[in-house]
Ligand binder design. Sequence first.
Ligand code: HPA
Length: 270
Amino acid sequence: MWELVQETVSFIKEKTHFTPEYGVILGSGLGSFTADIQIEFTLPYTEIPNFPVSTVEGHKGALVFGTIGTKKVVAMQGRFHYYEGYSMQEVTFPVRVMKYLGVQKLVVSNASGGVNPNYKVGDIVFITDHINMVPEHPLRGKNDERFGPRFVNMSEPYSKKMIAVAKDLAQKNNIEVKDGIYLGLQGPTFETLAEYKMVKILGADCVGMSTVPEVIVARHMEVETFGVSVITDMGNEESIDTISHDEVLEAARKAEPKVRKLIKELILNY
Ligand code: HPA
């Protein structure tokens, strides 16, 4: 894995001398954040050695390099999900590459289903913690100490400082935000009513099919991480009948301008 990552990093560094400080991973329906980036260089996943290729609807597959104000950013337009059939190593490969391109801080967005009764569709949630229920762990197998330790401390998967700064910025920009615990499942089915109830009983506020593997791998390498989720559907009796990918995308797109603004402000100010 180390060699593959270094090979990919060398390839990218030959293409661009850009050294990003921030990594951004954009979730379903949240890809237009790249419009806020003063783009220097775009690299389609298909052209990057060792990179998997994104297949899911609503995602474009490219690494976008550029600046937001004075901050240097690399954004993943489209991510890799375990349910697509990729291995956990493939799902998290881009995070490893980002790290060795120079990334110290990672911002991850996603769409999720809400189980907290205080949530409603369109809510923006800062992720304060997660519950990993994806059936395979991205760090299973021989550990390479060059990346990080065998046993990773997960006391602060989502940076408290970044959350505090983002909350302050949300308030200044009159954007209402909530916070909550994200539970990661494999998908690709949306949850049954019994499963949404389980998610709630387990102590989570929302549930989705991404983010957790990437955040674990980021923390393995001591990358500071911020996660934001858009509640695109509610996992309850009243709402479950209509949950679909279209509904998810539509709700994500509606909330997108606010999420974009928040991510932009956070990057500018942190
Ligand atoms: N469940 C799982 N993943 C999701 C959901 C959901 O309800 N909404 C968006 N992603």
